[in-house]
Design a protein around this ligand. Structure first.
Ligand code: ATP
Ligand code: MG
Length: 414
């Protein structure tokens, strides 16, 4: 893509009321637009990152048998009353509205209820089970505080998966497969080292719910990390009994701030009993279906990546999620030969299937470099006057700043 035709613009300053590093950088670099506190629009560059993260998550969800679908945002009051989750006293993040005919509706902040009700029309026998479904959806939550940029949106993209199984054994098997799939996702996006399986409250069968927490100063949660065992305990369940259960000692744990990037939860048969989701087993006996729920905050994950890797010059994208792999920067000025060289290199790289953003704009070199640093693509290729005389291109690794000089054919062979 040519930068001259990319719809975006870098800015020197983020909005004054924006306190979070992730949103400040993403706004300045032209990835997102702030509509209001906790509400962000995704511009073409930002959307590319969202889509790349979704693709990684989708691959893992498909690998464990997930079927992608898309639920609705509008939710009926009557449904959520059945599980006692309509009242604002029980769920404090609802956005609600009223239809023209007077009936109340809520905007989906989660989807266990509607998906379980939907399943009552599709699951009747053990032969219909298991069922694993997931979606990427914009959740709406009236969050009290929205000061963490895209990491705590009032509107945000979540991947939510739901498992329906016949019994505890089948449930736990899938639950453990989901844990592995989640690990794979966080490894793939470059957060493997920083992200811990964290024991938290709630959860039928499993005694705990499990969060995936990425250690970060920008986190809103406090966890206690056991580095060697690669696990953590959420502050909310840090008790002597829990430590004993997990076979860890308090002094082996280090307190850290962390971002909850994922959360998995075993509902057991509660929801199915409340909503009448039953199946007939091989003997024809009716039993409630077991539900598990598995979330990943897609846009929160994007913010977490920015928070984790950015440096003083700007964003640093891991290759797996970058909107483009290469930033081809042409320092042509009014030198037609340099521009022609960069142009042909752009064509050649693109033809070779490389993902390239080509800065063909007629602006000063300093501005191009500053923008390129801010935007954070993994590799920068610089074409200048020297390139024509020496035949050497400059390849700069955004993460390390390491610079390599190489010929055009060496570059293409990489
Ligand atoms: P938190 O404790 O941070 O409020 P939660 O426990 O309410 O989150 P879940 O309902 O489990 O979150 O949602 C699943 C995932 O969605 C979370 O693990 C998180 O990654 C993401 N998420 C939750 N709330 C938000 C939000 N307001 N903005 C962006 N992502 C969010
Ligand atoms: Mg949580």
């Amino acid at each position: 893509m040519r930068q001259s035709s990319l719809f975006t613009k870098t800015r020197r300053e983020a909005p004054k009321d924006e306190l979070a590093k992730n949103a400040q950088l993403l706004i300045r670099a032209g990835y997102v637009h702030k509509e209001m506190a906790g509400v962000y629009a995704y511009l073409p560059l930002g959307l590319k990152v969202v889509e790349r993260i979704k693709a990684i998550v989708r691959e893992e969800m498909e690998a464990i048998g997930g079927n992608e679908l898309l639920m609705t945002s509008l939710q009926s009051k009557e449904l959520w009353e059945k599980t006692d989750r309509w009242d604002d006293k029980n769920v404090d993040v609802w956005f609600k509205s009223v239809l023209k005919n007077g009936s109340e509706v809520g905007f989906g902040w989660s989807h266990e209820e509607p998906i379980t009700e939907l399943m009552t029309e599709y699951l009747a026998s053990y032969r219909d089970l298991p069922a694993y479904v997931y979606q990427f959806q914009t959740k709406l939550r009236n969050e009290l505080r929205a000061k963490s940029g895209i990491m705590r949106g009032r509107e945000f993209v979540m991947k939510d998966m739901y498992s329906y199984t016949t019994d505890e054994e089948a449930h736990l098997k899938f639950y453990n497969a989901a844990i592995q799939a989640y690990h794979n996702v966080f490894m793939h996006v470059g957060l493997g080292e920083l992200t811990y399986l964290t024991f938290a409250s709630g959860g039928a069968f499993t005694q705990f719910s499990h969060e995936f927490q990425t250690v970060s100063e920008a986190g809103e949660d406090t966890i206690y990390v056991h580095k060697k065992k690669r696990l953590a305990v959420n502050k909310e369940v840090l008790t002597p009994e829990v430590l004993e259960k997990l076979d860890v000692k308090r002094e082996e744990l280090v307190e850290e701030k962390a971002i909850e990037v994922g959360n998995i939860f075993s509902f057991g048969s509660i929801k199915s009993e409340q909503l009448g989701l039953k199946y007939k087993d091989e003997e024809g006996t009716e039993k409630p279906v077991i539900l598990g729920s598995y979330g990943i905050g897609i846009t929160r994950l994007m913010g977490t990546i920015v928070e984790s890797f950015a440096d003083e010059k700007g964003i640093v994208w891991p290759e797996a999620v970058a909107p483009f792999a290469y930033h081809l920067v042409s320092l042509a000025g009014n030198n037609g030969d340099v521009a022609a060289y960069a142009e042909s290199l752009y064509e050649e790289l693109t033809d070779a299937g490389k993902s390239v953003l080509y800065d063909d704009r007629d602006v000063r070199a300093g501005e191009k470099f500053a923008d390129s640093d801010l935007m954070g693509l993994p590799w920068r290729i610089v074409v200048g006057k020297d390139t024509l005389s020496s035949g050497q291109l400059e390849l700069v690794h955004r993460k390390t700043g390491e610079t390599t000089h190489l010929t055009r054919s060496e570059l293409l062979a990489r």
